[in-house]
Design a protein around this ligand. Structure first.
Ligand code: PLP
Length: 201
């Protein structure tokens, strides 16, 4: 039988100079749009599945499952073993050359997705996925309006921020965001017509 861990409120946890320094440097060297949760955010050091340790060595049961890569557990050996095997074998080839793995993943996705969804476009981030989704929706419908939830987070690119973003992620001065949206609609229109003419060729 395991002994239950002792519960300590966060306000009573000791903080070291190490975490104070990381938080201070985060404020100093990262853009303010990269916000942390809490006034005194914990500085994560390592993780093992559902457990996380901060730089002071405090152990947490991690309920923060909101981001997809975290919801499978920290450093899940099923994933990290494959990732480390791959980066030790072949890291980057650009998309100019196929590999067996990208083809295998695309084939698997084609097998499990419904209807006639047979082809994939892989991106590095949610931002790019949303960019691609908006571009495809605009190409398919010919309409440039996008319905989005206010204060939802769609990503860090100019288009994703113009669609919807938490206030902190947006430029506050004047009607910058609105002008940004108009410019983006214009550049998206040009992009769509470029793609359409490419498709027709
Ligand atoms: C629903 C949704 N859209 C877009 C994003 C943006 O993803 P990224 O920050 O990886 O570009 C996220 C990230 O959490 C998200 O949850």
């Amino acid at each position: 039988m395991t002994t239950p861990a002792q519960f300590v409120p966060v306000s009573q946890l000791a903080r070291s100079a190490r975490s104070e320094e990381a938080v201070a440097k985060h404020k100093k060297y990262l853009w303010p749009s990269v916000t942390n949760y809490f006034q005194q955010p914990l500085v994560a050091d390592r993780g093992e599945m559902q457990h996380l340790w901060d730089v002071e060595g405090n152990k947490y049961l991690d309920f923060f499952g909101g981001i997809l890569t975290v919801s499978v557990g920290h450093c899940n050996p099923k994933i990290s073993s494959k990732v480390s095997a791959q980066i030790n074998r072949l890291q980057h080839t650009s998309t100019l050359f196929p590999t067996e793995h990208i083809v295998a993943l695309a084939e698997k996705i084609a097998q499990i997705t419904p209807g006639n969804l047979q082809q994939s476009f892989f991106t590095n981030s949610g931002t790019e996925a949303n960019e691609a989704a908006i571009l495809l929706a605009r190409m398919s419908t010919g309409s440039f309006d996008v319905v989005a939830l206010r204060h939802a987070y769609s990503g860090g690119s100019a288009l994703a921020k113009a669609v919807t973003a938490p206030q902190g992620g947006r430029h506050q001065r004047g009607d910058f965001a609105r002008r940004e949206s108009l410019l983006l609609s214009l550049s998206a229109a040009l992009e769509v017509s470029r793609l359409r003419s490419g498709l027709r060729r």
